[in-house]
Design a protein around this ligand. Structure first.
Ligand code: NAP
Length: 492
């Protein structure tokens, strides 16, 4: 059974978090003072209510972003960067409370929430540094007549939509480059986890962000508030992180105003273990790639392909590690596996495992929900998972590791690439040539070569195929919020 420990500061941090809409620098209620509930996934109880925006509230937020755009674009890059830097410092100084707030609304264990707070803050530090490095070009054209001047300007008001699995980092990865580039924005966090984003917006105000540069809209009906903004000519940019199904819908909606679109969508990461791999390192990498965020990560290893000669040893060692994890409400320091986000996600993981077992998969450990008041699922290792099982093609988004085998490199690559997704892949081998050869052959935007975590604010994060468009973080992240302008100079 799962116990439900409490934390001495949990009521305080929930109480302190803003719960209204942030529009034009003012916190205000939604029209009609409507609210929706925020739930603790570890207990299924309500933590608090936050404002439930109407479409008119959303358009008011877009109007505020639009009105602030020209002034914000004219702020010196150094000032924009210094606001981000101050926000970085504040986030780090309040890491404990922010982590607790995140654990309460999202469920991840405190240690992981602390890790996400640091990761989230690092995007602000990175983009504080990038704000002053927005370059341009000055060139002599091939015929020598006149000159070319190329400058890069903010694209304009941006609409940002984030998922629940990394409630703060998915926001700072968009807000950081938007602020650095000189774009104003309206952000809509996921309905399950609005509190972390509202707390972040308050920190940015404290750091000196002018009114209207960041507006926050929380809503129970995401489509109802987003579509009017996406179709409004005052918006110029859409940056979305979430499922591929919603991403496809948003591309269609964005076509009307021809928005500049960036999308970080779903994944179905393959994890390849070759027979020349360091087995312990591969198991450690598998634990990170599978169990980070309770398996609820777009980068989560979704399919394990292990060379037939080492598959029994790999699955036994992985099962031993998975079954030793402590499950519970994440506010307790010794907990390693929190609940899934909600009843729907628990139902999905349960169905995917039942489907795989019905098709012949063997359970090495786990294989069922964990019980308790919240949405807990037992860490699970399955072997002999057939290619026809639903989990071979669908994101599991839970602590379940399905293992199948291969016998040669080509087969491993073909199986890994046999998906519409292309976010990240992982491979373990001690042969450098093989490592680079296979890395180049994998159809994904990112590869973890002998490592189970690829995310880094200084690196370009993003996918190919149905996993998305564009990159976040690294040197490329700010480009998504800039447009080049070419000025042709005559008379020279
Ligand atoms: P989701 O259902 O697509 O929701 C993501 C966000 O979109 C939420 O804020 C949601 O609001 C909003 N949304 C839902 N329907 C919408 C609509 N019709 N119009 C506008 N916005 C809408 O995804 P999720 O289940 O929250 O998140 C998990 C997915 O995100 C997974 O597929 C995961 O792989 C992906 N993800 C990708 C990355 C990446 O970088 N590639 C990172 C993290 C997660 P509500 O919450 O109010 O519904």
């Amino acid at each position: 059974m799962t116990t439900t420990p409490t934390h001495p500061r949990e009521a305080t941090v929930v109480e302190a978090a803003p719960k209204q809409l942030l529009i034009g620098g003012k916190w205000r209620d939604a029209t009609g003072a409507r609210t929706f509930d925020v739930e603790d996934p570890a207990t299924g109880t309500t933590l608090c209510q936050v404002a439930d925006a109407s479409p008119d509230d959303a358009l008011a937020a877009l109007a505020a972003a639009h009105d602030a755009q020209a002034d914000w674009a004219s702020h010196p890059p150094r000032e924009r960067g210094e606001i981000l830097r101050r926000a970085y410092e504040i986030i780090i100084s309040r890491r404990e409370d922010l982590a607790l707030l995140m654990t309460l609304e999202m469920g991840k264990p405190l240690a992981e929430a602390r890790g996400e707070i640091t990761y989230a803050a690092e995007f602000f530090r990175w983009f504080a540094e990038e704000a002053v490095r927005i370059g341009g070009d000055y060139a002599v054209p091939p015929n020598g007549a006149g000159r070319f001047l190329i400058t890069r300007q903010p694209v304009g008001p941006a609409l940002l939509i984030t998922p629940w699995n990394f409630p703060m980092a998915m926001g700072t990865r968009k807000i950081g480059p938007a602020i650095a580039a000189g774009c104003t924005s309206v952000i809509k966090p996921a309905h399950q986890t609005p509190l972390s984003m509202l707390a972040l917006a308050d920190i940015l105000r404290e750091a000196g962000l002018p009114d209207g540069v960041l507006n926050v809209v929380t809503a129970a009906d995401a489509g109802g508030v987003m579509e009017p903004m996406i179709r409004d000519p005052r918006a110029r940019k859409l940056s979305f992180t979430g499922s591929t199904a919603v991403g496809r819908k948003l591309i269609e909606q964005s076509a009307q105003q021809v928005l500049k679109v960036s999308l970080e969508l779903g994944g179905n990461a393959p994890f390849l273990v070759f027979d020349d791999a360091d087995l312990d390192a591969a198991v450690e990498g598998a634990m990170q790639a599978k169990m980070r965020n309770i398996g609820e990560a777009c980068t989560a290893a979704n399919r394990f392909y292990v060379h037939a000669d080492i598959a029994p040893a790999f699955s036994d060692k992985l099962a031993e590690r998975m079954s030793a994890l402590t499950i519970g409400r994440g506010v307790a320091d010794d907990v390693q596996v929190g609940p899934l986000i909600d009843a729907k996600q628990l139902g999905k993981v349960t169905d995917l495992v039942s489907d795989a077992i019905a098709q012949g998969a063997q359970v090495v450990t786990g294989g069922q929900a964990h019980g308790g008041d919240g949405y807990f699922y037992t860490p699970t290792v399955l072997t002999d998972v057939p290619e026809g099982a639903r989990m071979a093609s669908e994101e599991i988004f839970g602590p379940v590791a399905p293992i199948t085998t291969f016998t040669d490199e080509r087969e491993a690559i073909d199986k890994a690439n046999n998906t519409e997704y292309g976010l990240v892949s992982y491979l373990f081998t001690q042969n450098l040539q093989r490592g680079l050869r296979v890395s180049e052959a994998l159809d994904t935007g990112m590869v973890g070569l002998n490592q189970g975590i690829v995310s880094n604010p200084a690196a370009p994060f993003g996918g190919v195929k149905a996993s998305g468009l564009g990159r976040e973080g690294g040197k490329l992240g700010i480009d998504e919020f800039l447009e080049p302008k070419y000025i042709s100079i005559g008379g020279l």
